[in-house]
Design a binder for this molecule. Structure first.
Ligand code: IMP
Ligand code: MG
Length: 183
């Protein structure tokens, strides 16, 4: 049996060309803003991995990279209220200019806690780049410094974003159709 991921999409929100163009714009802005202090770019796993690797290639200052994974959700949709670091950075960030790269900001809890943690470790600054932002869902005061697209409150997958760990490998961002969601 074949399983076509596109059958599970209500519609495509951002196709490859649109994503590529917008990511390049973000890369230009980041390169200009960080020209004095090239950043340590931190990929927030797993969702940001595709955006991160594409963004990286559009940046013209000599960055360093590292990876981190955190979870602030107990189950699928309910926030557990605590931040669990499941994979930490490989070295100290004291005095570093950090650029946290995330797939999507929803309630904002995960990134707010991550930013506070990295500042408490002595980072000189922590800026945030996100591919997608759902500001209507925000419960904490957090705004990204760089945002690809602001989207309405819909569940999206692809380009790194998952539903139950699937669809990350779709090269485009789409809205998941309700029929594909099994609660
Ligand atoms: P929050 O901002 O702390 O609520 O959590 C953001 C995280 O929730 C993201 O990094 C995603 O892993 C996940 N998330 C939120 N909205 C979506 C969505 O529409 N599709 C896929 N993952 C999502
Ligand atoms: Mg995520």
């Amino acid at each position: 049996m074949t399983h076509d991921m596109y059958q599970d999409l209500e519609r495509i929100l951002y196709d490859r060309q649109t994503l590529e163009k917008r990511v390049a714009e973000l890369g230009r802005a980041i390169s200009a803003d960080f020209s004095a202090h090239p950043p340590l770019m931190v990929c927030v796993l797993k969702g940001a991995v595709v955006f991160f690797s594409d963004l990286l290639k559009t940046i013209t200052v000599p960055v360093e990279i590292d990876f981190m994974a955190a979870s602030s959700y107990g189950g699928q949709t309910v926030s557990s209220g605590t931040l669990e670091i499941t994979k930490d950075l490989s070295r100290s960030v004291k005095g570093e200019h950090l650029l946290l790269v995330e797939d999507i900001i929803d309630t904002g809890r995960t990134l707010l806690r991550l930013r506070d943690l990295l500042l408490s470790r002595g980072a000189a600054q922590v800026r945030i780049a996100t591919l997608l932002d759902k500001p209507s869902r925000r419960v904490v005061d957090l705004k990204p410094d760089y945002c690809g697209f602001t989207i309405p409150d819909a569940f999206v997958v692809g380009y790194g974003l998952d539903y139950a760990e699937k669809y990350r490998n779709l090269p485009e961002v789409g809205i998941l159709s309700p029929s594909a969601i099994r609660d």
